[in-house]
Write a protein that binds this ligand. Structure first.
Ligand SMILES: *Cc1c(COP(=O)(O)O)cnc(C)c1O
Length: 411
């Protein structure tokens, strides 16, 4: 039998960044600045909360947390996450609604694996987060992309989304606050998504890994708000809000007051699947209640200020660069999409070519839109210190001017 190559065609962000890094020349002359991967810990400007580190140290030092945790997660951690998420919901959650996973990445795997069946398809946003395509490929789950529309602040045309679905559609994924677009959806839009899901009789998979990381005019509204309309499977983690992506602590949560995902057979199936996964370390799980309770408001407020500053710099500077245009000022998360105008640039054939030449000539890394499903665009991460961000954007400007069709005298 031939080996299964499903999903072999999907390019991951990690893979793309690695390729781009390999063409960087002369690192001594010019340090490499990456606006590629969204790991804010790459610079010391973003740091985990002391209280969170303290909570983990105490849990580890107790000497009582070196054994296995239940595969669905430690009861105290499930409870703490249920309480944390229910603060913003019109109904309560129980510890049993929460399954602890190894980061949000594994929560994506749980959601897609639990939903798939023979012939099934899932609706994914484009541009999106390639881990979904990759996981769907491994699970033989057909992907149907729906377009996020830049002119609508990256909302989708929900009639168009609906028209992609059929009786084999098993779910629709919504990422809010958004990666890669930095969008924060309105209450009304999310309500309309839930109503569409109800009509299609599918759950919404709500990727809220950037939950509460908003700094624009739209507040963060959890998709679970509309759990009575359609079942919501909420995915999240400590990674982004607590700036600890390496801790690998995430969650898969059923927000489903009507109970479809509480049927004993469904619960049993999820629990069995959890038995196949190694979750995060027990001491880390045990620290979760303190991490959530003791991280102070000042830490969260500071992170938002830092992200907002990055978003402002990005939006302002990019829109002064010939050949680039950022149509939407990010209101949340850590990245924005920037449109490439190839008509004003010389000898740049597409977004991938732009990124390779930029890496080679300026030692700056950005992700080509094609890696996220949207050709002709670029993704810029702004969760980096302002000095490095300004320097990277300055080099991108020099690069674009050098490749501009009209000769710009100052360069
Ligand atoms: C970072 C990210 C994830 C993965 O989160 P981890 O907790 O690091 O596994 C999932 N979805 C989106 C949209 C992300 O940006």
């Amino acid at each position: 039998m031939a080996p299964d190559v499903s999903s072999g065609g999907t390019i991951t962000i990690k893979g793309t960044v690695k390729l781009l890094m390999s063409v960087v020349e002369d690192e001594e002359r010019k340090r490499v600045i990456s606006l590629g991967m969204g790991d804010p810990t790459a610079c010391s400007y973003f740091r985990a909360a002391n209280q969170a580190e303290q909570a983990v140290v105490e849990a580890l030092r107790s000497g009582e947390l070196n054994g296995y945790a239940p595969t669905v997660g430690l009861a105290s951690a499930r409870r703490a996450i249920a309480d944390y998420l229910a603060r913003d919901l019109p109904y309560d959650l129980t510890a049993d609604d929460v399954y602890i996973t190894s980061g949000c990445t594994q929560a994506i795997d749980v959601a897609l694996t639990m939903l798939t069946r023979s012939g099934a398809n899932i609706l994914l946003p484009r541009p999106g987060f390639p881990i979904y395509e990759l996981t769907a490929g491994f699970r033989h789950l057909e992907v149907r992309h729906y377009d996020l529309v830049p002119e609508r602040n990256w909302e989708a045309d929900l009639e168009a989304v609906e028209s992609l679905a059929d009786q084999n559609t098993v779910g629709v994924v919504v990422i809010n606050p958004g990666n890669p677009c930095g969008n924060v959806y309105s209450y009304q839009y999310l309500k309309n998504v839930a109503e569409m899901a109800k009509k299609l009789r599918v759950p919404v998979i709500a990727d809220e890994v950037y939950g509460h990381l908003t700094f624009g005019s739209n507040p963060f509204v959890p998709m679970g708000t509309f759990g009575a309309t359609a079942p919501i499977l909420t995915l999240g983690s400590l990674s982004k809000r607590w700036i600890v992506p390496g801790w690998r602590l995430g969650w898969f949560v059923t927000m489903d007051p009507c109970g479809a995902f509480k049927q004993p057979k469904v619960v049993e199936r999820i629990m069995k699947y959890c038995d196949t996964m190694g979750g995060p370390p027990t001491f880390l799980q045990a620290a979760v209640p303190n991490i959530i309770e003791q991280t102070n408001k000042a830490f969260h407020a500071k992170t938002l200020d830092q992200l907002e500053l990055g978003a402002n710099i990005l939006y302002e500077v990019v829109n002064e660069i010939p050949g680039l245009h950022c149509p939407y000022k990010p209101q949340g998360a850590m990245a924005a999409m920037v449109k490439l105008d190839l008509s004003v640039l010389e000898d740049i054939s597409n977004d991938m070519d732009f990124c390779f030449k930029l890496a080679k000539e300026e030692n700056v890394i950005v992700v080509p839109g094609v890696a996220l499903g949207l050709k002709g665009w670029l993704r810029f991460v702004f969760s980096i210190d302002p000095a490095s961000l300004r320097e990277a954007l300055g080099r991108i400007k020099v690069f674009c001017c050098r490749h501009s069709k009209t000769v710009l005298s100052e360069y």
